[in-house]
Design a protein around this ligand. Structure first.
Ligand SMILES: Cc1cc2nc3c(=O)[nH]c(=O)nc-3n(C[C@H](O)[C@H](O)[C@H](O)COP(=O)(O)OP(=O)(O)OC[C@H]3O[C@@H](n4cnc5c(N)ncnc54)[C@H](O)[C@@H]3O)c2cc1C
Length: 466
């Protein structure tokens, strides 16, 4: 007889594990099925966590080289890539094991294996030894995430033609790396290898990097990365990639139709991610997908099959871990008859380069498109005392507030610690704050957060320090 569960979560990534824990807290007998050996999904195993570990370590490697300018003599600086990778792996394994502990603590039953639907209430699990196990479930939440997309006819070998997964585990620093795609994953991984000594060139199809970002921030970001030595080829299209004996040949053409060939040691293809829906046998039970193969859900994350739900990267919306986590909690509470809810207006986005880029809410372009009149307040970190004290003065804060009500509609910043600073403005927006509310809030001195207060003052044209 197969085991029975009130709720089954497929996928142990940030949306799945959070959802499973919340369901169990709410009293459901819950199972979570994950095909990987470890929990944590893309985020913990091959995404957010290993990339942030390498960004931190490569950032330190680069900074320490310049310490002598600050009066700190540290001797010869050498890279030990193997040790750096081990450090990254330690961060990953500590965190993935941490989720196993949370599952035990919250009484979530963890199945290791590939899940697929036999019917809307029956799921088969095939483990790594090909043994099949079947469970019965009242409700199922699909959280199977996403995987990297390649270019047509190009296969990742994860050594020379790599996705972000390969970029997290290279065995040596490539002399030259071509990054295809100027989105946040390409730029974060490009930054890591640039800091470790690789010559990085980025090919981007559009006329700007980081699509969807406020264009003023995106332009500043481009300038800063160029200053750091990364070369950009915008409005350039990749036509073909071929492996040669000792290198990779990438053929491209730009908007004037001019053909440009690049030779490199490694090419990172970072052109997007696609939802993981293939192995679930969704056709059998008739779950509807959209044209991008994402699972269609209503506002309660319910698919067209009423006891099957979906959240995270596998549905529409930004492919971000914290978006999936919020949905995990919301769907569990909705299933329990509570008022689960996600405010999609206040999902922050962070790029963990140096400096960091962080945004929440509407961009200027979106406000213009929606014909919403707005005021702008901007403040440069160059005029911020903490930034000056530690020689990290690049970037600025930009607040967009409603022209009539002063309500904050969007905040965009580039600068040191922007990824942490954005939390204040996310909270402010969640509470419906006005720029005046922020301008009248006391911020500690000297801190980077004073730049936020000053940009809120700038909305009303009354900055003090610039
Ligand atoms: C290099 C990189 C850096 C990133 N950095 C950030 C960042 O800094 N911040 C951020 O917010 N986001 C970041 N992301 C995005 C983030 O990782 C994803 O948005 C997030 O992991 C999505 O969570 P999820 O739970 O929906 O899916 P996933 O994390 O993809 O998890 C889905 C899980 O389901 C499992 N699965 C799939 N099919 C089945 C099946 N049939 N049976 C059983 N298990 C199955 C998979 O093995 C996987 O473990 C990054 C991504 C990458 C690639």
């Amino acid at each position: 007889m197969s085991e029975k569960f009130q709720a089954t979560v497929i996928g142990g990534g940030p949306s799945g594990y959070v959802c499973a824990i919340r369901l169990s807290q709410l009293g459901f007998k819950t199972a979570c099925i994950e095909s990987r050996e470890t929990l944590g999904g893309t985020c913990l195993n091959i995404g957010c966590i290993p990339s942030k570990s390498l960004l931190n370590l490569s950032g330190k490697f680069q900074k320490v080289k310049n310490y002598s300018n600050l009066g700190i003599e540290v001797g010869e600086i050498k890279l030990n890539l193997e040790k750096m990778m081990k450090n990254k792996e330690k961060a990953v394994s500590t965190l993935t094991k941490g989720i196993e502990f949370l599952f035990k603590k919250n009484k979530v039953t963890h199945f290791k294996g590939l899940a697929s639907f036999i019917s809307a209430n029956k799921i088969s699990i095939i483990d790594s030894k090909k043994a099949t196990h079947t469970i019965d479930t009242e409700k199922t939440i699909i959280c199977t995430g996403s995987e990297p997309v390649s270019l047509p006819k190009i296969k990742f070998d994860e050594k020379k033609i790599i996705s972000s997964t390969g970029a997290l585990s290279l065995k040596e620093v490539p002399k030259k790396m071509l990054v295809i795609g100027g989105g946040y994953i390409g730029l974060e991984m490009g930054s890591v290898w640039s800091r470790l000594g690789s010559n990085i060139e980025v090919i981007e199809f559009l006329d700007h990097i980081t699509p969807g970002m406020d264009s003023e921030i995106s332009k500043e970001f481009l300038k800063i990365l160029q200053k750091q030595g990364i070369k950009f080829h915008l409005e350039t299209k990749v036509e073909n990639i071929t492996k040669k004996t000792d290198s990779i040949l990438v053929k491209t053409s730009n908007k004037e139709g001019k053909k440009i060939d690049f030779e490199c040691d490694v090419v990172l293809i970072a052109v997007g991610r696609k939802p993981n829906t293939k192995k679930l046998n969704l056709e059998k039970i008739g779950v509807n997908l959209n044209e991008k193969m994402k699972i269609k859900v209503n506002t309660k994350y319910q698919t067209n099959i009423k006891n099957i739900f979906a959240i995270g990267d596998v549905i529409e919306g930004p492919m971000l871990a914290h978006k999936g986590e919020e949905e995990g909690i919301a769907v569990a509470e909705l299933i329990a008859g509570q008022a689960g809810h996600v405010n999609y207006e206040t999902i922050p986005g962070v790029v963990y380069t140096n400096p960091e880029v962080a945004t929440v809410g509407k961009t200027e372009e979106q406000l213009k498109k929606n014909k919403i009149s707005y005021k702008i307040g901007k403040f440069p970190f160059m005029a911020n005392s903490r930034a000056k004290t530690i020689n990290e003065v690049e970037g600025f804060v930009k607040i967009l507030a409603d022209a009539k009500t002063d309500k904050i509609l969007g905040v965009h910043m580039i600068g040191q610690n922007a990824g942490e600073l954005i939390a204040e403005m996310t909270l402010a927006m969640e509470f419906g704050a006005s720029a005046e509310d922020i301008a009248r809030t006391c911020h500690a001195h000297p801190t980077f957060s004073e730049a936020i207060k000053e940009s809120a003052l700038a909305v009303d044209k009354r900055t003090i320090h610039s």
